[in-house]
Design a binder for this molecule. Structure first.
Ligand code: 9YW
Length: 447
């Protein structure tokens, strides 16, 4: 459909607007995830944003990741938020996390949150290197000079995840808060959250998101938020000590999407290690293989999707969400199983649903009882997720599957508001406008 229109003109206009969004959100040292709603640097946002920046200025892309690396913990963890000290309106802010107050592992400056997000950073670095090489020898040399330092940071990050989040070597990462999945109120987490008690001593708070996005139907409920903050209090009470959290926390689940991202990112990091002549290639390849196998082994025969597991009950979490397509991101399925998963992706339960405005991947299947078309991670389509799927499929040589999805996302983005998410039946932009990672998605998908 895109090809039937004057794609060049439309594409150039959209790219210029996307570039303006990234520049507008740039404080000079970091790109805010969104101008009002998310005025700090988020970990996986920063990775996606750095790829968008690489289309404009590869040096600025590297600086964006360097800013994130400044928040890295002594353990190697990249925290999910690096706070801008000049911005005090976002909730929960650094005082609520109180990381450096309770553990020496956290940096004193910059202040950070005490949890992490899916490890897309090595994939971003791989893409930045490619884009810089395409740009010319000057850009390529600049990124190459930066690469060894970034590599050591990424190696420490991956080793943290492998060591602390999968100590039993199952090939599946455990997360300690739904926020760590990046998909806060996804139906994936309804069961585990129902077992999180709201603490009677929960300190009072005022949310910020519902003051920026006025329609409460688009945001998590107050009960959900009480549980999110009760978990923050639990994690802080455990001094953000992973070994202690594994035993004590009331929310402990595997995350198939983060695991698939780690598998693909380990492939990317092994490639970077090889290009640098570093000694860890075999170790990183082994991580990739372990997590690829873990993800492929999570596919539920009935639903045809990869499922997370509640590690407190041992039960698989039977939700039909976009995360269930995790094996398509990292590979590992046999040919028949992959064909079945691609058929499911194209079916009426997903991108082939007759009611969809664009044939994108909604966050939750419109055919599932948990689906809510306007409610954040319970149904809306998220351009950044579609981009990740397109990008990972492309990396694996599946342009046949990625191509139609890419065109559908670009159609969805053509309105130029760069929304955080969309109502999938109408295409209405929802949540924050001028969201940085959505602008980055447009820039990268247009190429
Ligand atoms: C929050 C910034 C973040 C994303 C998450 C998304 C949302 C809300 O916004 O989180 O307040 O942290 O769920 O994936 O990184 O864009």
């Amino acid at each position: 459909r895109l090809a039937a229109r004057p794609a060049g003109v439309r594409g150039a206009g959209l790219a210029a607007r996307a570039a303006a969004v990234l520049r507008g959100n740039d404080t000079g040292v970091m790109v805010r995830a969104a101008p009002h709603l998310y005025p700090h640097q988020w970990s996986w946002d920063a990775a996606f944003v750095s790829v968008g920046l690489a289309h404009l200025d590869p040096g600025r892309a590297c600086a964006e990741l360097d800013h994130l690396f400044r928040g890295q913990w002594r353990t190697g963890m990249l925290p999910h938020i690096v706070f801008d000290p000049d911005e005090t309106t976002y909730f929960p802010g650094p005082d609520r996390w109180g990381c450096a107050e309770v553990t020496d592992d956290a940096p004193v400056a910059p202040r950070t949150s005490g949890i992490c997000q899916p490890p897309v950073q090595a994939l971003a670095v791989e893409r930045i290197v490619t884009l810089a090489e395409r740009r010319g020898p000057g850009a390529a040399a600049r990124v190459r000079a930066w690469l060894p330092g970034a590599y050591r940071r990424l190696l420490a990050w991956h080793r943290y995840l492998v060591r602390e989040r999968d100590p039993l070597r199952t090939g599946l990462l455990a997360i300690h808060h739904g926020w760590e999945s990046g998909m806060d109120n996804s139906p994936r987490w309804d069961g585990p959250y129902s077992r999180v008690a709201v603490r009677p001593d929960l300190a009072p708070y005022r949310r910020r998101d519902t003051r920026v996005v006025r329609d409460p139907a688009q945001r998590p409920t107050h009960l959900e938020y009480d549980r999110y903050l009760s978990l923050v209090a639990e994690l802080r009470g455990a001094r953000y000590d992973d070994a202690r959290i594994r035993v004590t926390t009331s929310f402990l689940v595997t995350d198939v999407l983060a695991s698939a991202v780690l598998a693909a990112a380990s492939d990317a990091l092994a490639g970077i290690a090889r290009s640098l002549g570093a000694g860890e290639v075999a170790e990183l390849e082994e991580h990739a293989e372990r997590f690829r196998t873990g993800v492929a082994g999570s596919v539920d025969a009935g639903l045809g999707l990869a499922l997370d597991t509640d590690l407190r009950t041992g039960e698989p979490l039977r939700a039909e969400t976009a995360a269930g397509f995790a094996p398509l991101l990292c590979g590992g399925l046999g040919a028949t199983a992959e064909r079945e998963m691609v058929a499911l992706l194209r079916s009426e339960r997903w991108t082939g649903h007759p009611g969809l405005r664009h044939a994108v991947l909604p966050s939750t299947s419109p055919a599932s009882p948990a689906f809510r078309p306007r409610a954040y991670w319970r149904g809306p389509s998220w351009p950044v997720v579609d981009w990740l799927v397109v990008w990972m499929l492309g990396r694996r040589g599946r342009a046949d599957v990625a191509g139609p999805l890419r065109r559908a996302v670009l159609d969805e983005l053509a309105g130029g508001s760069f929304a955080e998410y969309h109502e999938p039946f109408t295409g209405e932009p929802l949540g924050s406008a001028a969201q940085s990672w959505t602008a980055a998605a447009a820039l990268d998908l247009l190429l």
